[in-house]
Each structure stands twice: as structure tokens, then as C-alpha cells.
Write a protein that binds this ligand. Structure first.
Ligand SMILES: Nc1nc2c(ncn2[C@@H]2O[C@H](COP(=O)(O)OP(=O)(O)OP(=O)(O)O)[C@@H](O)[C@H]2O)c(=O)[nH]1
Ligand SMILES: [Mg+2]
Length: 305
């Protein structure tokens, strides 16, 4: 017998969500029929989200981040506790099941623990992930790429990204998603959730701020040595070249120790840009295409795990 979740379920969830400062919880529609789960949850998980998301003005400027759900973890805790306390597998759905008692149905749980990620993010879509320190110019670059590819002219937001922006692009006839993720120290622990299924990493660096290069280098090395990112090609964008203190491409190559990354089996390209003036921003996707074609082991067809 089919069963819809009641309004109360949703209300409780919304209430709990707001209590735990998790923002932008959308429609939660869970239903099952004939004993087979047919459910959609539109939490803002990086593998599930398809819309541009960030830079909504948040009145009190408090950090806020969407709930992350995966097949082992469903909870309405605040994002910090999500990071700190992954529940054991026996307790993994505890909070979630409290909110949705109907999910105690064992058949439902069996299916819900194995969501078919291919339905959510089809594997044939290429995925370009843009990361880097806060203020490096990722969102400015993201907007530039977006307006070039889609002809959308929007004002580039001058404020830090709260969570992420994502857009779908036609990448040489192939569908592609471009992700721009907040580089704030508050959200970097969440980067790991965006890595899976990445075909190309774009690392944006503020070339003008020598004092932050080391921090950028350490994080870049940490990301590329993550098992999920094995052999994923890398495009380093040396941004803010319009500023007088900007370092040259060669200097940055050395400072970021890119040779070490190449030795680990990553195909690496570096490009200088100025996202505010738009200089050479068109070349970023071209570089991505180049590294993807040269990289032997692109994740393009690999499963998301
Ligand atoms: N001069 C100059 N300023 C830039 C350039 N690119 C970005 N900026 C400025 O740098 C600031 C930060 O840019 P964002 O694009 O928001 O940086 P971000 O990397 O997205 O930062 P987070 O969202 O916090 O991770 C903004 O004031 C931009 O206008 C550039 O090429 N040259
Ligand atoms: Mg940003």
C-alpha cells in the first residue's frame, strides 16, 4: 500500500532544520508504492543539486550550510556536528527516522540505503570542480564563464559564497556541470563531499597575495592526494593578474610545487587570468578540455562511490 508522508513530517523537518541552522531545505517528498521506494529528497547535496544556490543575502551573516545527506548518514544536526560526528552504521539513520517514522519499514530502509546516484547525477555529465582559498576569485570567474557560455549577464556578486554555485554548460557538445564552492575556512571541511565524480579540478589562486600562497599550496596538495581525486587532471588558474603585485606563472608554478603533483600522476596546466577584467577567462574551459583529453584516466565514466 502506498503511503505519503504527512504534512506534519515535513513541518517537523523544517522546524528541526531551522533549529539547526541548516538553510534552504526544500521540498521533501518521500513516498513509496507497491513496496518499492520511489522517493526524491531535494536536500542540497552536491550530487543532487542542480541549481545555482549561493549568495542569498543572509540577514545576520551567520554561517549557514545545507544539510548533507548520503546513503549512510541522514541527520538534521548542524553542519559542524555533521563533520565531527559521523554516526556508526547502526545509528546512521537515527535522526532521520525520528523525523520520518514511516521509514522504519524495513523494505523501505533497504532501498533508501542504496540510492541510485545515476538517477541524480547521470554519469555521462562531465563535472568540473572549482576550488581555492576564499577571495581567490572563483565566483567572479564562474560568472565570467557562465556569461560567455550562456550569454547570461548578471552582476558579479562581491561577497563570499555561502555554499556553492553550480551551472550546467555545454562543454564541446557534451553536458557538463561547473561547480564553484565556497573557499571559506568554515566550509573547507565540506569540500570532501564535492570531490566524488570530479573529472577536472580547477584550482584558483590569488596571484597577488604572496602571504596566502603557502596556505593555497598546502590545501591543493591535500585535495589532489585524496584517493577520490587520483589522476584527476588539474587546471591552476593564477587569477588577479591585473594587480601590480601579481606573481608570474613560473613563480606560481614553483611556489605551488606543481611538479610534485605531476609526479603523483596528475596532468597539470596553469593559466593566468583576470576575472574582473575578463582577460583570458575564456581560456579556462579550453584548458580543462585539454587536460581532460590528455589525461588517461579521467573519471568520466567511473562510478560515483
Ligand atoms: N583585481 C582583481 N580582483 C578580483 C579578481 N577576481 C576577483 N576579484 C575580486 O576578489 C574578491 C573576491 O572574489 P570572489 O570571486 O568572490 O572570490 P571567491 O574565490 O569566490 O571567494 P569565496 O566565495 O569566499 O570562496 C572580489 O572583490 C572580486 O571582485 C581579479 O582578477 N582581479
Ligand atoms: Mg565565491
Amino acid at each position: 500500500m502506498g503511503q505519503e508522508f504527512t504534512k506534519t513530517d515535513t513541518t517537523v523537518l523544517r522546524k528541526r532544520s531551522s533549529q539547526s541552522e541548516c538553510s534552504d531545505l526544500e521540498e521533501n517528498r518521500l513516498k513509496y508504492s507497491h513496496g518499492i521506494l520511489d522517493y526524491k529528497y531535494k536536500f542540497s547535496h552536491p550530487l543532487m543539486e542542480t541549481r545555482s544556490y549561493s549568495n542569498h543575502p543572509i540577514p545576520d551573516r551567520k554561517f549557514s550550510h545545507p544539510i548533507f545527506l548520503d546513503h549512510t548518514h541522514a541527520s538534521s544536526q548542524s553542519n559542524q556536528s555533521l563533520l565531527d560526528s559521523r554516526p556508526s552504521s547502526s545509528q546512521s539513520n537515527h535522526g532521520f527516522l525520528d523525523m520520518f517514522p514511516s521509514l522504519s519499514n524495513p523494505r523501505l530502509r533497504l532501498v533508501s540505503s542504496q540510492p541510485d546516484l545515476h538517477l541524480i547525477d547521470p554519469p555521462r555529465k562531465q563535472r568540473i570542480l572549482m576550488l581555492g582559498l576564499d577571495g581567490a576569485g572563483k565566483s567572479t570567474l564562474f560568472q565570467r564563464i557562465r556569461e560567455t557560455k550562456k550569454g547570461i549577464h548578471t552582476k558579479v556578486p562581491n561577497e563570499p559564497t555561502i555554499a556553492y554555485n553550480v551551472t550546467s554548460l555545454d562543454f564541446d557538445g557534451r553536458p557538463c556541470t561547473l561547480w564553484d564552492v565556497s573557499g571559506s575556512p568554515l566550509t573547507r571541511d565540506l569540500w570532501k563531499h564535492y570531490l566524488s565524480g570530479t573529472d577536472c579540478l580547477v584550482w584558483v589562486v590569488d596571484s597577488s597575495r604572496l602571504c596566502r600562497i603557502q596556505e593555497s599550496r598546502d590545501l591543493l596538495h591535500k585535495i589532489v592526494s585524496n584517493q577520490t581525486m587520483r589522476s584527476v587532471p588539474l587546471v591552476v588558474v593564477a587569477n588577479k593578474q591585473d594587480l601590480p603585485t601579481a606573481r608570474t606563472l613560473l613563480e606560481l608554478e614553483e611556489m605551488l610545487q606543481l611538479d610534485e603533483i605531476r609526479e603523483q600522476g596528475h596532468f597539470v596546466k596553469v593559466i593566468t587570468t583576470s576575472a574582473t577584467t575578463g582577460k583570458d577567462t575564456r581560456k579556462v574551459l579550453k584548458k580543462c578540455k585539454k587536460v581532460l583529453s590528455k589525461s588517461k584516466s579521467s573519471n568520466f565514466n567511473s562510478d560515483i562511490n
